[in-house]
Design a protein around this ligand. Structure first.
Ligand code: GUN
Ligand code: ZN
Length: 445
């Protein structure tokens, strides 16, 4: 029987990574100028050179002069914090109390949570991000709402109810046992449904009791394939506080290690204030770090040492951490990552930056077998980007003498204005102010 899936061929400058450029250098880069990206239904069916035309069965989409890239993956971002992005004047602990917790408390209203979750997913896509690991709030309705939107769109989304049973406003505080019951119920409802994955989400060591962290560890062992996301050693006052709360632990990371939270599906955001033993423990457990440069700069948290982290063998992805980060656009995150490394005498080339928001990010989520690249059989999550959105971008990109120079300049200067089209699981998602025009359910105000 013939496969009835639609056949679509997208023509443009195709760019993806076939491996890790930190390991294989330029050999990891696939650039096919004026090539064809073939999509059969929801999956990538192949990449053709310019001189190899698809046969007439393939419906053609002409994006000549545009870049076709895998959809970006954001491994650390907070859905409710669109309400507090760009809030003035504070470091982490004060920022949480003053701006973030009040915004998160509003998700107690399920209608608000639903509207906000839809707005958030729409904004992710409108910035070229087609897969994300997301912090919602402690409220179940918000978790349901995020996963519902993801299922409607066939989008890969990893999330889970935020857990915090101390040191937070009453309106956000868990009962430890109820939180565990909720997590189990939500794992059973959502993990593995569509392209959704569940992440146990203790906010950070300061807002979870040792008992709550232990309960997370037990759930992580009990449920195959479930992820863990949390914050780690972001800010010096936070690190001091955690040391005072857990005097027996060797380090901040050790608090999590003792609870059994390290492992190949664990993503730790920030990881700035670590020592060599911490990095070795992360590497040995297969845990990954979500480097969040925009957030680290905005909150004045510190400079993440990528060189030492990578040398220890810890996988690193670049994340937005909105709303402490100030843009959902992963190109902006990558450009900020370059600057954070430059302040330490380190360099981030365009290929490693791109890897850390595509294939490498998928790796930290254990989805790289079929996400973050254009290998045949991968999910057809991809975006079409204009090489330039204004005269200055055009001028700079045209002057480039090498592919790396061109892509680096583009990465550094481009933003959501350059985004021309977004495809999730092979389907084009309508963008624009009223977003998702094809699906009124998603047209949140
Ligand atoms: N640490 C604990 N919660 C948060 C949060 O919401 N954002 C950031 N950047 N760090 C945190
Ligand atoms: Zn965060």
């Amino acid at each position: 029987m013939t496969d009835p899936s639609p056949l679509d061929a997208y023509r443009g400058d195709i760019l993806d990574l076939r491996g890790d450029p930190a390991v294989s250098g330029d050999a990891a880069v696939r650039f096919v100028p004026d090539g064809w990206l073939l999509v059969r239904g929801q999956r990538i069916a192949g990449v053709l050179d310019a001189d190899a035309e698809p046969d007439p069965r393939w419906r053609r989409h002409d994006w000549r002069g545009h870049l076709l890239l895998p959809g970006f993956i954001d491994t650390h971002v907070h859905a409710p914090q669109l309400d507090v992005i760009a809030s003035y004047g504070t470091e982490l602990l004060d920022w949480l109390q003053r701006h973030t917790f009040p915004a998160e408390a509003r998700w107690a209203d399920p209608a608000h949570a639903r509207r906000s979750a839809r707005r958030f997913v729409r904004e992710l896509l409108a910035h070229g991000t087609t897969c994300a690991m997301v912090f919602p709030t402690v409220h179940r309705a918000g978790v349901d709402a995020l996963f519902e939107v993801a299922c409607e769109l066939d989008m890969a989304l990893i999330s889970g109810r935020v857990l915090m049973d101390r040191h937070c406003p009453d309106a956000l505080r868990d009962d430890t046992d109820a939180a565990e019951r909720d997590s189990v119920e939500l794992i059973e409802r959502w993990h593995g449904r569509g392209r959704c994955g569940y992440a146990l989400t203790p906010r950070f060591a300061a807002t979870s009791s040792a008992a709550q962290l232990q309960s997370c560890g037990a759930l992580l062992r009990a449920f195959e394939g479930v992820h863990l996301q949390t914050h780690l050693a972001e800010n010096r006052a936070e690190v001091d506080w955690v040391r005072a709360l857990f005097p027996d632990a060797r380090s901040y990371l050790d608090v999590y290690a003792r609870a059994g939270l390290l492992g190949p599906r664990s993503v730790f955001a920030h990881a700035i204030w670590l020592d060599a033993d911490d990095r070795a423990a992360l590497a040995a457990s297969g845990s990954a770090v979500a480097f969040s440069p925009s957030s680290n700069l905005f909150l004045g948290s510190g400079l993440f040492d990528w060189a030492q982290t990578a040398a220890a063998g810890v996988p690193v992805a670049i994340a937005s951490d909105v709303g402490a980060g100030t843009s959902l656009c992963q190109l902006r995150s990558a450009a900020d990552a370059y600057k954070v490394l430059a302040l330490q005498g380190q360099r981030l080339d365009a290929w490693r930056a791109l890897h850390a928001i595509t294939r490498g990010a998928a790796r930290t989520l254990r989805r790289d077998a079929e996400l973050g690249h254009f290998e045949t059989g991968a999910w057809a999550d991809f975006c079409v980007w204009a090489w330039s959105a204004d005269a200055l971008q055009r001028h700079r990109v045209e002057l480039a003498r090498s592919l790396h120079e061109r892509v680096f300049a583009w990465l550094t200067l481009a933003d959501a204005r350059n985004l021309a089209a977004v495809h999730v699981a092979g389907r084009r998602v309508p963008l624009g102010a009223d977003g998702f025009a094809g699906s009124d359910a998603l047209g949140a105000p």
